[in-house]
Design a protein around this ligand. Sequence first.
Ligand SMILES: *Cc1c(COP(=O)(O)O)cnc(C)c1O
Length: 388
Amino acid sequence: MGFDTKLIHAGAYADEFGSATVPIYQTSTFAFKNAQHGADLFAGRENGYIYTRIGNPTIDALEKNIAELENGFRAVATSSGMGAVNAVYFGLLKSGDHIISTNSVYGPSRAVMESYYANFGVESTYIDTSDIEKVKAALKPNTKVLYLETPSNPTMLLTDIAACAEIIKDKGIIMVVDNTFSSPFLQKPLDLGADVVLHSVTKFINGHADIVGGIVVSKTPELDAKIRKSMIMLGTNMDPHQAFMVLRGVKTLSIRQERAEENARKVAEYLENHPKIEWIKYPGLISHPQYELAKKQMSGFGSMISFGLKGGFDAGKALMDNVHLAILAVSLGGVETLIQHPASMTHAGLSKEARLAAEITDGLVRFSVGIENVKDIIDDLEQALNKV
Ligand SMILES: *Cc1c(COP(=O)(O)O)cnc(C)c1O
């Protein structure tokens, strides 16, 4: 099946009524036919459902769908993207292990490692993984996981997944990629040598800003079993209603992302030539330092843009207060255009030094381009920039 067909039909579920969509099995538990049936299910001698934290037909359908999109063996759906991140950390790491990770990963993915897993003896190193030499230099005998996020947020830096896979080959290191920013529509890390892919499905995969959720796709049955067990023990399972919503959202992933990228290219070109803009990072612009890697590793450039305003912090706040169409909100990857100013919002808790070390300058604006009429998006930016 082609990717667009998989979006709609992968993980197909058939019920006795011929329902065209997957029904919501809004139940916490499932009756056993008899004592032997219950015993067989628990022993794994028979396939079936026991309890929704462990598995549920609606959630199952979503897991099969996303596993096929990522060319993985199987997937484990979770309550949120952070539920997925924790299921991976908890399932793959133990005391004495070392993890190497992209320094500009999603904030809580780093914070939970440094402030909680560290308490249980997990060692971590955060580096600029877009520099392959730094990845080589960070390897230790106890390195167990290489955790990448590409493109990373909000700096829009890319990490070469295939080159990283080459470095860790035969070292027993598990490569995990947070693929939230691209979705399988643009990038398939398992095909490039990763072992595990995770998503906040809250973003592109669901795409409608109406639920929070996560998913982890593994390449092998062994990794899938470890992560499923970890999810079950942590209790970060998805809910059947959430799974239904994501199954509905994912069907239009291709057409949403195609339109969003078409819009993003025009917005990026507009911003690149605007006198109040100091710099812009969009992988689809030839000016992006990793334009060639983006072309090689991704099948498109996405719809996330970061740009810097010459006027700094005050200009950033002024832009936020003057946009009308773009919604002033965190999150990304939805049908609606979202705008955010990290220095006064998501990263306001950091000192200015820490922010600058992470390349989050005062004038940095993050823009998630939606699928509205692109002229309206640009007109909105134009009138707001005029007031900055
Ligand atoms: C949003 C996000 C997460 C966390 O997902 P939630 O669904 O908010 O828990 C993890 N990684 C990335 C890259 C994200 O953008």
